[in-house]
Design a protein around this ligand. Structure first.
Ligand code: ZN
Length: 165
């Protein structure tokens, strides 16, 4: 188990476009394992390679704690609907903001053995896929946040509760 250092907002590497993976190597396999370790350690639901300083098109996602998903060279094929809700990022620690995303996503990717697959996702998983794929283009969710909603996570959810009452 190896925990890698998570790059945070302001680090120029988070603004860069990542390169396609041509073949799975032992080094990249180790990267995928380390990305899962790093994500679970930080209680995240997704992590993209540039967040640990590697400019490769690899993301890992697990929205339930039991469904590890590796996406190599992922592409979104189709989106539908929309969802608006709180979103955070391990590279922007302690913050949450409101972002609108598609509610349904169909995506194609390769797994850790470079076998192609397709996945359909809704709700949180669809949001996570969109968020992580943005990292591969050097985009952070803070640039998509609804005006005035980016704040400390505790304050964000306290505000939401007030609105619901
Ligand atoms: Zn993120």
């Amino acid at each position: 188990m190896a925990i890698r250092n998570i790059r945070t907002m302001g680090d120029p590497i988070l603004k860069k476009t990542c390169k396609e993976v041509k073949e799975m190597t032992p080094r990249l396999r180790q990267l995928v394992e380390d990305m899962f370790d790093t994500m679970y350690e930080a209680n995240g639901v997704g992590l993209a390679a540039p967040q640990v300083g590697i400019l490769k098109r690899i993301v890992v996602i697990d929205t339930t704690g039991e469904d590890p998903l590796v996406m190599v060279n992922p592409r979104i094929l189709e989106t539908d609907g929309q969802q608006t809700g709180g979103e955070g990022c391990l590279s922007v620690p302690g913050k949450t903001g409101t972002v609108t995303r598609p509610n349904y996503v169909r995506a194609a990717a390769y797994d850790a053995n470079m076998q192609p697959y397709e996945i359909e996702a809704t709700e949180l998983l669809a949001r996570a896929i969109c968020h992580e794929l943005d990292h591969l283009e050097g985009k952070l969710y803070v640039d998509m946040v609804e005006y005035g909603t980016l704040m400390d996570t505790d304050a964000y959810y306290a505000d939401q509760e007030e609105e619901e009452q």
